[in-house]
Ligand binder design. Structure first.
Ligand code: GAP
Length: 510
């Protein structure tokens, strides 16, 4: 068993964001015009938008998507809270994932297991021994860094005549590289040789000091699926192939900091374990089907531009020891292409381990042949928070012509599907009528309300948070019961009857 279960330099080679990197984090993202008017390959893009992580961070804070955790106490490392709009966006992503992969599929069921599992779970899965990051320490300041990140940063600043990859290096190999290239800490000091740092969070159950039982906050949601495999089989009369999905919080004591919500200590995962009979199912075909489903969810489901996505296959060196094949679906974040969603063929590794450690029979018996065996599994695993970051980056658009910032979110993702305005706030008849329209819509979908300032500012304010439609109640409304719908991206307005408003909006939302 390689000592590193998790260490995956490519996946995590996302630079530790120092101030310097943040200043340079710029990506020219293709504009949405490319999607609307261009080709499937995205080569016909007509203009570019500049999206930086700093701009996303600023907008997300200003408009109530994402706040630093415990900010009034100076914040907590690599931890973020989601504000009113962020909570809506998270909920939209979660719901879309659940509908797509659980509700709409006959071969899938969902569960909701605990964050605290029996500690033996993590011994069996290998996390206690091998869920490690490579850590180095500055000899002078005692500050700690991820060795692979440090080496990657150093190589980026000191190009070498020969190509040097950090991918899949062992601790010793990293140590040799640090010595050979005389790599120093960011403060310019010598560093101690790399060592393995276990990133599982430990806590304890019990009330009496000294008698407390150590337990771990789960490092992945997947293990709750494996430990429930027998219960799910017995209660659900399921037949292979079938999958089990769940969404929930996972925790990792990540060494890296300053990666915004891309890499946090606490995050939400949406994981699927797809179980099958390796003798009667072709794993490669299943794997390909899942890759297609993942791609379709991101592009069709979340409305992300295909040109910002790519697949990357893990090399033999990089792949986790339990996996026979691993791909990452990567998104072009402002800091480069990085892992969004992983898919791995985990074989029968996990169930086998739990059978061995628990003594329980977790085999499946084929109802036709009577053959009992341990199913194999394909695992598509994604982070909901990473999906949210991608959605913000992909939607961000500076419409310089109209001097506005727009989040061109797919309506299904937008925190508010519509916003209602009375034209003037000091005309009670307009406000009352607008309130009635708000009541009508807010019972059907999330609806915003704004009566402050001039109407143009209100439109722009909604554009910035991605509201696809703004409904204005004006003096004509009082005469003929019609309102205007103003569309976010085109800014085109049309007048419709209030009686037809909800249906028209639903149709427009697709
Ligand atoms: N069960 C397999 C597993 O956990 P992983 O690649 O370590 O695999 C799956 O995690 C997904 O969870 C990643 O693709 C990423 O989207 C998300 N993720 C992992 N660590 C994260 C972190 N520290 N912060 C935010 N998201 C994270």
């Amino acid at each position: 068993m390689p000592y590193l279960l998790r260490y995956n330099p490519h996946r995590t080679a996302l630079i530790a964001f120092g101030k310097r990197e943040l200043d340079n984090l710029e990506l020219s993202c293709p504009s949405k015009e490319g999607k609307q008017g261009g080709t499937a390959t995205g080569n016909m893009l007509q203009s570019t938008d500049t999206v930086t992580l700093e701009k996303i961070i600023a907008l997300a804070k200003r408009r109530g998507f994402i706040f630093p955790t415990s900010e009034i106490y100076g914040g907590l490392t690599s931890s973020y809270d989601y504000g009113p709009l962020g909570a809506e966006l998270l909920r939209a992503i979660r719901n879309l994932w659940w509908e797509e992969f659980i509700t709409h599929r006959r071969d899938m069921v969902g569960i909701d297991s605990q964050i605290l599992l029996h500690p033996e779970t993590w011994v069996a899965s290998g996390h206690v021994n091998a869920f490690n990051d490579p850590l180095v320490e500055d000899k002078e300041t005692h500050k700690r860094y991820r060795a692979d990140h440090l080496i990657g940063d150093w190589l980026a600043q000191h190009p070498q005549p020969e190509e040097i990859g950090v991918e899949g290096l062992t601790l010793d190999q990293m140590g040799d590289l640090i010595e050979r290239l005389q790599i120093k800490s960011p403060e310019g000091n010598q560093i101690l040789p790399p060592r393995a740092f276990n990133i599982m969070f430990q806590t304890a159950i019990g009330v009496v000091e000294g008698e407390k039982q150590p337990v771990y906050l789960r490092g992945e949601t997947a293990q709750g699926i494996f430990t429930n495999f027998g219960n799910i089989l017995n209660s659900g009369r399921l037949q292979l192939p079938f999958g089990v999905g769940q969404i929930g919080k996972s925790f990792r004591n990540e060494i890296t900091t300053k990666q915004y919500i891309f890499r946090t200590l606490e995050f939400e995962q949406a994981e699927i374990e797809y179980f099958f009979d390796p003798e009667s199912s072709d794993w490669q075909a299943l794997f390909k089907n899942w890759q297609e489903a993942m791609w379709a969810f991101i592009t069709d489901g979340l409305g992300i531009r295909a040109e910002g996505l790519r697949w990357r296959r893990h090399s033999d060196q990089e792949r986790s020891f339990y996996s026979q094949e691993t791909y990452d679906l990567e998104y072009r974040f402002p800091f480069g292409f990085k892992e969004l969603w992983g898919i791995a063929y985990r074989t029968d590794y996990d169930l086998k381990q739990h059978i061995e450690h628990s003594g329980r029979d977790l085999r499946y018996t084929d109802p036709k042949s009577g053959r009992s065996f341990i199913p194999h599994v394909i695992e598509p695993a994604v982070g909901i928070n990473r999906l949210l970051l991608m959605a913000l980056c992909d939607a961000y658009w500076e419409d310089t012509q109209n001097q506005r910032t727009v989040l061109r979110l797919k309506p299904a993702l937008a925190p508010y599907k519509a916003a209602v305005f009375p034209l003037l706030k000091n005309k009670p008849e307009l406000v009352d009528k607008a309130q009635a329209v708000y009541g009508l819509l807010s019972h059907k979908f999330a609806t915003g309300w704004d009566e402050r300032g001039n109407i143009g500012k209100r439109y722009f304010s909604q554009d910035e948070i991605g509201t696809p439609f703004c409904i204005t109640v004006d003096f004509q409304t009082l005469e003929d019961d019609t309102v205007t719908i103003r569309e976010r991206d085109t800014m085109v307005q049309e007048r419709v009857e209030i009686g037809k408003l909800a249906n028209i909006l639903r149709e427009k939302m697709g």
